[in-house]
Design a protein around this ligand. Structure first.
Ligand SMILES: *Cc1c(COP(=O)(O)O)cnc(C)c1O
Length: 355
């Protein structure tokens, strides 16, 4: 820390992203990326048009992309806000809607960025404990009288709640914004987007990083009532009006046009998920039911930290947190069948060693 850092950030603990090793080739099952490359149309879109125009600023409104998204989701242009990844979107949510008078609540075991933003903006925050087996109880949020962020499916557990549950939460907090982070919704969960037209306090957050194989392009978007979008725009135009670059915009349009390709990839991932869970079970692992492109699993014989380290030594990266409630567990991204077989083979060796 320099002596110049603003005193308001002295206690801030920054988010620690999953490892992105640049030196050695790992089988990367630690940050929930897609194992599949972008659709062929994405490559063409970037080669053909946009590189020669990089001397010009992108459209600050991102109109062409927002029109595509509006059409795809059956909403209007004014329901859509674009951000540089959904982390950027979360930042806008906290900055725009939360303060001393409007504190925020989120699950105690969830995406690690929520507490970082709460701390960055010095917000009073409530971490709502999960119930047995990391189940999220919707009742715990009904009438809570705070802004709410819930990842559905939740990370790192993979568990999902239903649209009815979300509706109860949104309806019972009419004077607060409810943000549903649907980063993993396209792997078998049920999106709450149909509720957007009904409630002016619901914001649905999605990303191109997981299902749409575009983590490196950095694109997230929110869908919500025009008034909420207008508020987000106000803050965007006060911080970074050109927050989406040209290449990403072109890639994203081609992505939406290639929807079937991604749906097909998701089906493969879901079948690899079933396979992985079954194989882990044969080795005595306990795995939570997952609607995401990862599973949260623990081995009765090897603690989470040891499993993580031994896998890393064998060239496989998974995610582990030291936090006591989840220290027994590892989160494993579901990749291609070949990747999962390599992972399972190494797990088998590690379990044998522990016997
Ligand atoms: C991966 C993830 C994000 C961030 O996605 P980006 O769009 O890559 O910033 C947001 N929320 C959750 C729950 C995630 O797992």
């Amino acid at each position: 820390m320099s002596r110049f850092l603003s005193a308001r950030f002295a206690d801030l603990e920054a988010y620690v992203p999953g490892e992105q090793p640049q030196d050695m080739q790992y089988i990367k099952l630690n940050t929930n990326e897609s194992p599949f490359p972008p659709a062929p149309a994405v490559r063409e879109a970037i080669n053909a048009v946009e590189i020669d125009r990089l001397n010009l600023y992108p459209d600050p409104e991102g109109r062409a992309l927002r029109e595509k998204l509006a059409d795809h989701y059956g909403v209007k242009l004014e329901n859509i806000f674009l951000a540089n990844g959904s982390d950027d979107l979360l930042n806008f949510f906290f900055m725009t809607f939360c303060d001393e008078e409007r504190p925020v609540a989120y699950p105690a075991v969830s995406y690690g960025f929520y507490p970082v933003y709460a701390s960055l903006y010095r917000l009073p925050h409530t971490e709502v404990p999960l119930r047995e087996d990391f189940r999220l109880e919707p009742e715990d949020y009904c009438g809570i009288g705070k802004n709410i962020v819930i990842a559905n499916p939740n990370a790192p557990t993979g568990r999902a709640i239903g649209v009815d549950d979300i509706e109860r939460i949104v309806r019972s907090n009419p004077d607060h914004v409810v943000m549903i982070d649907e980063a993993y919704i396209d792997f078998g969960g049920e999106s709450c987007l149909p509720l957007v037209g009904k409630y002016d306090n619901l914001l649905v957050c999605q990303t191109f990083s997981k299902f749409r194989s575009l983590a490196g392009g950095r694109l997230g978007f929110a869908i919500g009532s025009p008034a909420l979008i207008e508020d987000l725009d106000k803050i965007k135009y006060s911080t970074n009006s050109y927050n989406i670059n040209r290449l990403t915009m072109a890639a994203a349009i081609a992505t939406i046009e290639s929807h079937e390709y991604y749906v097909n990839n998701s089906k493969r991932i879901q079948s690899n998920r079933t396979y992985t869970v079954e194989e882990l079970e044969k080795m005595g692992f306990e795995t939570l039911p997952s609607k995401a492109n990862f599973v949260f699993t623990r081995c009765p014989k090897v603690d989470g930290g040891t499993l993580y380290r031994k896998l890393k030594a064998r060239g496989v990266l998974v995610r582990h947190w030291d936090k006591p409630e989840i220290a027994d567990w590892c989160r494993v991204t579901i990749g291609s069948r070949t990747q999962m077989d390599a992972f399972l083979e190494r797990v088998h060796e590690i379990v044998k060693e522990a016997e």
